[in-house]
Design a protein around this ligand. Structure first.
Ligand code: FES
Length: 159
């Protein structure tokens, strides 16, 4: 039997295979780490949001000027990263309430035509004077926040 000449490529193939296997393992490991990091980062950011500057010790925030809230109108503004609805009704004047519906947490809005605070999720209606319930499934009124007018500036403080 004639033996054929075979160059000594087996060890070279083995080295190449080990190199490829290592490269694939590293790439797979990197992709697993990147995937897990991509999933965990927003979850961690949601659970532990970065601290933000507040309005100071009193939590008082200027939400605008009198010109921003003309009579018969209302709008939602941020106060320390929370939605607050400022209304200027004919009966109650300027008032501030939490804009988070007490039913399931939707953001309420001002119903210009009917002059009340409306939760669009389940038609919850709140009184513009005291945040009380007019109708709807909400279990409690909207919490009122302290609103002060100094000169032309309007401030809201968290309770
Ligand atoms: S969330 Fe506002 S009425 Fe349901």
């Amino acid at each position: 039997m004639e033996e054929q000449y075979r160059p000594d490529t087996e060890s070279g193939d083995r080295d190449t295979n080990v190199g490829r296997r290592t490269l694939i393992t590293v790439l797979l490991g990197f992709s697993v780490v990147a995937t897990v990091g991509g999933v965990l980062t927003p979850i961690i950011g949601y659970l532990w949001p970065p601290s933000r500057a507040s309005a100071g010790g009193s939590g008082r925030v200027q939400v605008g000027t009198a010109a921003d809230f003309p009579a018969g109108q209302g709008k939602v503004v941020p106060v320390n990263d929370k939605p607050v609805i400022i209304v200027n009704s004919a009966q109650g004047g300027l008032k501030a309430f939490s804009a988070i519906c007490t039913h399931l947490g939707c953001i309420v809005e001002w119903d210009q035509g009917r002059q009340f605070i409306l939760c669009p999720c389940h038609d919850g209606r709140f009184n513009a004077v005291n945040g009380g319930i007019i109708s709807g499934p909400q279990p409690s009124p909207l919490p009122e926040l302290a609103l002060t007018v100094e000169g032309d500036a309007i401030y809201v403080s968290e309770a």
